[in-house]
Design a protein around this ligand. Sequence first.
Ligand SMILES: O=P(O)(O)OC[C@H]1O[C@](O)(CO)[C@@H](O)[C@@H]1O
Length: 555
Amino acid sequence: MAEARKRLTELEEWQALRKHQGEMQSVHMRELFALDRDRFRRYFTEAAGLSLDYSKNLITDDTLALLMALARRCQLPERIEALFQGDTVNLSEQRPALHVALRNLSDEAIQVDGQDIMPEVRGTLARMEEFVWRIRSTQWRGFSNKPFTDVVSIGIGGSFLGPKLVSAALKPYWHGHLNCHYVANIDGSHITEVLRYINPETTLFLIQSKSFRTQETLENTKVAREWFLHNGGREEHISKHFVAVTAKPEAAIDFGIAEENIFPMWDWVGGRYSLWSAIGLPTALTIGMENFRSLLSGAHTMDQHFRTAPLERNLPVIQALLGIWYGNFWGADAHAILPYDHYLRGLPAHLQQLDMESNGKCVTQHGDPVDYDTGPIIWGGAGANGQHAYHQLLHQGTRLSPADFIIPLQTHNPVASHHAILFANCLSQTQALMQGKTEAEARTELEQQGLPPEEVDRLARHKVIPGNKPTNTLLFERATPRIVGALIALYEHKTYAQGVIWDLDSFDQWGVELGKQLGADILQRLQSPSPLSGSSDSSTDGLIALFRSRHHHER
Ligand SMILES: O=P(O)(O)OC[C@H]1O[C@](O)(CO)[C@@H](O)[C@@H]1O
């Protein structure tokens, strides 16, 4: 168990960073680049097939040294090792967080409660392998003996976003005859739209829920089951068409899933870190087990890097510390994830859960209130689309949101000059954000266009772009399974490293529980046949009454 430590904001290392930020306020990145021709080479590092250019940041060697000192003071190296050792890093729930075990391709044993969990992890992978092979080779077929054409994954949160991201990211590796759909929301439109186009005879449902208690998932599963039974399927066919992944097999059996169709999950894997487990089955079915193992191996390579590389060359650590620098010392509330890769367009959504559910906390892992900012608002979307939408705020807005630009050197789909144009767009953004445009430059530009002086005066101030906006550029050869694995693992470790500095429990999520608790009571009041008795605030009561007025016939 980690010892209570001195308040973060009182550490000399923290105070030194505060002072240093004061000195850096008058520095423009343009000057830093002008002064140091070698800046790109010096602030460029690689690991697991990913290259990080972090030269376009508001940093000097001093900044990095101070950040590294803070990390060491917060015992980051020891805490990284604790994660891999299976220590109780999730204090509030008293358990380890062993997503790294799911992609541990070494011979190393990993103990939980005195038991090596690796045999079970490997055994589950072998079971997945067999299942995936049976479906893809059409040995396992639907009730009318037709091969499966569609897989519908029902799950939400971590049982949805991770696999969905990976399935989309690896679309070029999909099996030609298997389509994959995801249903998450408790909005009837979601499942309706998926069921509309599929055939029950050739559809396999994967029910994905660690707890097997999640309302959205269970309700959607009931609908899928009813639909199956009303469209030709019979009770005795359910076991051919419904498979579950859960850490609570008894609940799945009670629900009607055949015991032999249940794949395990474990308490020591957090939902948002679970795409590497059997929760990844929809992905494995579409890309095949060989590619799924490559995904794991990419993540494993990043794990080894995170565990062994010196902090100064450690990609997740560098990214984490840059985030701390901006969030805690420059007042940045947000961080943008901007993949310039169509296949990676789901990355911001997955990282939103990963980062915001992990580090959106206001007490330390020991329960003490924090007096500093913790996890940022993660947002973003695919480039270059965003350039024609929200990038305006990045360039000229008053709020600071550092951004990660993520781009492959090669495309899966060479079309005309698209990739060169995409790449040029990406680089022009980071360059523009770094250098900006001075008023003098804006004036010269307008004068060169032949505008009269009064027009130059009128427009120049609108055209000034402050620049000095920090960005990282993450490059890789092509979005292969190994690269996608390494990329997601990079962000997992970045999140953990930040949680260590902020002294958080990055593996619990108590904040989401209150809504669930209140939701049960509200649902009851929405559906109750008896007259509405006001027991909450007037806003909630008023909204409940409004809903009831439209649905009285259903109660
Ligand atoms: O896999 P389960 O247990 O259905 O949970 C789904 C999601 O719900 C959450 O608990 C949040 O409500 C996430 O952490 C989790 O990934």
